[in-house]
Design a binder for this molecule. Structure first.
Ligand code: HPA
Ligand code: ZN
Length: 329
């Protein structure tokens, strides 16, 4: 039985396995530019974030109906449950779907058909986080938040993803202020490919409570000290960092140094269908390659529940933390 954990950095569109992509393409009469699943997997050789994003957006074409989003989410939740995930805070990218002519309702209600029943069906509690695409305009982000207004009972928070460099957090000040006024929780990708200054800006200008990736904080000792002092969680994604070449190889990953520095690190899967592993695959990879050991693994699992947005269900958080404390390796 895998270590119980929360998944806090997971793009639902990044869980689209080639087999499901072909199934949905056939169901919806969508032509894919690949002959079969082997050829598609061959395309998963990324040079950087942008080369991944190009394929990630291309494959979304197969997602057309509520049922497609429901099937995508259920496939993920079943895999997550098998990997010890008890709680998942799931990102989605509505702008990419609205641009293809879908409605916010199709996306959110489709996902909700799976998420709303996930605790009973999969033993995984869930939250939904709406991400803005940072390479789109600030105006588009505001419009997207407006389109989400009827669905805010389904949405816990907002995030910021897609191409980072050249799109600093400050560009989204207004939409983050509007989201805060609506009572939404705030996170943002920062310091994956972008510089440490983007992390500081996400904290100071956007008011984020948690930083997605945050890897490059290690270039700025004063920032590390601040993140430690303020107990800001970082949602690290080790296998993603290798595939997108944020690190040369897993053995060079700064996770051990980050834990030694006292940072509140969590380990997550980002886009598991593309990066070669779900939550526990990431845990096992860092354990095997970086020699973390049982205490560090338990700390990472504990951190994942501490960093989660379970303030509205402290009973579940306590239950999950007890499971981590009692876990026998
Ligand atoms: N980084 C930025 N944007 C993304 C990612 C990522 O890893 N996955 C999906 N959108
Ligand atoms: Zn991500």
């Amino acid at each position: 039985m895998p270590l119980p954990k929360a998944e806090l950095h997971l793009h639902i569109e990044g869980t689209l396995e080639p087999e499901l992509a072909f199934e949905l393409a056939a169901r919806n009469g969508v032509e894919l530019a690949y002959a079969d699943t082997d050829e598609l997997r061959e395309a998963y050789r990324f040079q950087d974030l942008q080369s991944f994003l190009n394929l990630y957006y291309e494959l979304m074409a197969v997602l057309r109906t509520e049922r497609d989003f429901e099937d995508l989410a259920n496939a993920y939740l079943a895999r997550a449950a098998a990997q010890g995930v008890r709680h998942a805070e799931i990102f989605f990218d509505p702008q990419a779907h609205l641009a293809r002519g879908l409605t916010m309702g199709t996306v959110v209600e489709g996902l909700w058909r799976a998420l709303g029943r996930s605790e009973e069906n999969h033993g995984v509690s869930t939250r939904l986080i709406l991400c803005f695409l940072r390479d789109e305009s600030a105006e588009s982000a505001l419009e997207t938040l407006r389109a989400a207004r009827p669905y805010l009972d389904r949405i816990t928070g907002i995030g910021l993803d897609s191409a980072e460099v050249g799109h600093p957090p400050v560009k989204f000040r207004e939409v983050y202020e509007a989201a805060a006024a609506l009572g939404l929780r705030r996170v943002a990708h920062a310091g994956e490919e972008g510089p440490p200054e983007y992390i500081t800006e996400a904290l100071d200008v956007l008011g984020v409570e948690r930083v997605d990736h945050g890897l490059r904080c290690m270039e700025d000792p004063a920032l590390v000290e601040r993140l430690v002092r303020e107990r800001i969680p970082l949602t690290l994604c080790p296998l993603s960092n290798v595939r997108l070449r944020a690190v040369d190889n897993l053995a060079d990953h700064p996770l051990p140094a980050m834990l030694d520095a006292g940072l509140l690190c969590t380990v997550n899967s980002d886009d598991p269908a593309y990066f070669g592993g779900y939550a526990d695959d990431n845990f096992r990879a860092v354990d095997e390659t970086l020699g973390l050991g049982e205490d560090r693994l338990r700390e990472l699992a504990r951190n994942s529940f501490l960093a989660s947005f379970l303030e509205d269900d402290e009973e579940r958080r306590a239950h999950c933390l007890a499971e981590v404390a009692d876990y026998v390796f």
